[in-house]
Design a protein around this ligand. Structure first.
Ligand code: NAI
Ligand code: BAL
Length: 505
């Protein structure tokens, strides 16, 4: 039996896109084994239901894992050359590039982000990410190690780790899909992908491209499911070798616990943040205001590296803040299909309510809201850029990840004070600083406790540069050659070509 489909007409091109709303297993769309539950996909700009997709069960995860294991043992894993893996990944990248507009519009409908950004940045980067890892696929190599010049040597193999569960969030549904599958496929792993229940549509559409690219059945499988069902089943599965996750720190802890209580699978976690962004008095103030706004408002603040705590040196504070607030008020937050949109709605009612809860807490705890912070009338989960000043370290808006367009600003006097404020957090994902003093840039970058530090810029990532967190922002690295280590298992082979052993020894 095949799975149902839904026809969705996207506003910009007026095209009608057919999306399968079932599970994608063994290169086919199929209904659930036992679940009658569905997940409703909402357009956050209008609050309309776009589609309902299957809510996969634990039994569906079992079926997908079995397909992935069979492929790993037969058509993928060590049974396919790196050259062939590269060819297929390149083909997938080409197909995504071909369908970029359609995919972008579907992404905007379900996630809310501006279609221009979805197409040119999220999808543009995803295509590059696939091509970057396609380049690695035929270059996965171990080491040859001298242990004894006469009778023995050793070498290592970098084997694919096996079947990988990949659990992705809703803030970058296509891009996180690409970041996860590209390195895994490049080294020869097979995949069971669980998209976020809030944004499953593009992962289902991308699954069609997996077939068209020519990947063998079972190499990539997609199971839309609730986190507490499908995500939990993947994390505790006895036949999954690795779980890669992007999402909240709370869920990251659950995944690690489930992994430790099941088969001790390898886990990589890309979690939350409360990233500091420091503006020193020598900075180019016009540029620094632009980067500060991009840091907090890109993707409507729904970004794990959002520069949500801004520290501004006292001597430039008034001038900087007046420019920052005036620019923030010029940004257009509206339906992502509107050409003028710099930002769209936040993804869901839950996220909208969470953001306004924190805005309320900021006001209650004595921070000064200098722009935004009010609900708009009408439909859609729109939150205007919101800036709080006079924020102190004891306030909730200073410590907690809000995941919305809400900036906390704190004034500082000295470099030491700025560093101390910046590191006063349980998180350690991103950090940024602006200064024209090269020695200061180097000193401060060295002191900041974060997996990524941006100097005189913010939030710009490249596929060849590693990304990940320290402290409670995560474990492991994505992107760059570092991500390959997350998906490989190193085997040491010791070879004897002459040494004899006496018996009894
Ligand atoms: N670091 C990041 O990029 C992200 C951070 N977040 C943070 O998390 C907050 C809550 O958002 P949520 O959507 O609830 O995040 P979440 O961490 O619950 O969801 C992310 C993914 O984890 C899955 N999941 C949920 N519970 C699970 C479980 N027990 N086992 C395995 N997988 C599970 C979800 O289905 C989704 O696919 C946001 O307000 C934000 O602060 C959310 C999304 C991305
Ligand atoms: N911007 C990096 C990925 C994330 O926010 O989840």
């Amino acid at each position: 039996m095949s799975a149902p489909t839904v026809e969705i007409t996207v506003p910009k091109t007026g095209k009608t896109i057919k999306v399968s709303t079932g599970l994608f297993i063994n290169n086919e769309f199929v209904p659930s084994v036992d679940s009658k539950e569905t997940i409703q996909c909402i357009n956050p700009a209008t609050e309309d239901v776009i589609a309902s997709v299957v809510a996969g069960s634990a039994a569906d995860i079992d079926r997908a894992v079995a397909a992935a294991r069979a492929a790993f043992k037969t058509t993928w894993g060590k049974n396919v050359t790196g050259f062939e893996r590269a060819r297929l990944i390149h083909k997938l990248a080409d197909l995504i590039e071909r369908d970029a507009q359609e995919l972008a519009e579907l992404e905007t409908l379900n996630n809310g982000k501006p279609v221009r950004i979805a197409r040119d940045f999220d999808i543009g980067d995803s295509v590059q990410c696939l091509r970057y890892y396609a380049g690695w696929a035929d270059k996965i190599a171990g080491q040859s190690l001298e242990v004894d010049n006469k009778t023995k040597f050793a070498f290592t193999r970098h084997d694919p780790i096996g079947v990988c569960g990949q659990i992705i969030p809703w803030n970058y549904p296509i891009q996180m899909w690409a970041w996860k599958i590209a390195p895994a496929l490049a080294v020869g792993c097979t995949i069971v992908m669980k998209p976020s229940e809030l944004t499953p549509l593009t992962a289902l559409k991308l699954s069609e491209l997996i077939v068209e690219a020519g990947f063998p059945p079972g190499v990539v499988n997609t199971v839309p499911s609730l986190g507490s069902v499908g995500g939990a089943a993947l994390s505790s599965h006895m036949d999954i070798d690795k779980v890669a996750f992007t999402g909240s720190t709370v869920t990251g802890r659950k995944i690690m616990e489930a992994a430790s209580k099941s088969n001790l699978k390898k886990v990589s976690l890309e979690l939350g943040g409360k990233s500091p962004h420091i503006i020193f008095e020598s900075a180019d103030l016009d540029q620094a205001t632009n980067w500060a706004l991009l840091g907090i408002l890109y993707n409507t603040g729904q970004d794990c590296t959002a520069g949500s705590r801004l520290f501004v040196q006292e001597s430039i504070y008034d001038k900087f803040m007046s420019a920052l607030v005036s620019k923030a008020q010029q940004l257009v937050v509206t339906d992502g299909f509107d050409e003028k949109a710099s930002g769209g709605p936040v993804v869901s009612k839950i996220q909208y309510d969470k953001i306004f809860k924190y805005i309320g807490l900021g006001k209650e705890q004595g921070a000064k809201c200098v722009t935004g912070g009010e609900k708009r009338p009408g439909k859609g989960y729109f939150v205007d850029p919101t800036i709080f000043t006079d924020v102190t370290a004891d306030m909730k808006i200073f410590q907690d990840e809000i995941f919305g367009p809400v900036l906390s600003v704190t004034k500082f006097k000295t470099e030491e004070e700025a560093i101390s404020h910046a590191n006063n957090t349980a998180y350690g994902l991103g950090a940024g600083l602006h200064s024209n003093d090269a020695n200061q840039c180097m000193r401060v970058a060295n002191e900041l406790e974060a997996g990524t530090v941006w100097v005189n810029q913010y939030n710009i990532l490249y596929n060849n540069v590693p990304f990940g967190g320290k402290k409670q922002s995560g474990i492991g690295r994505e992107l760059g050659s570092y991500a390959l280590e997350e998906y490989t298992s190193v085997k040491a082979v010791h070879w004897n070509f002459g040494e004899k052993v006496d018996f009894p020894f």
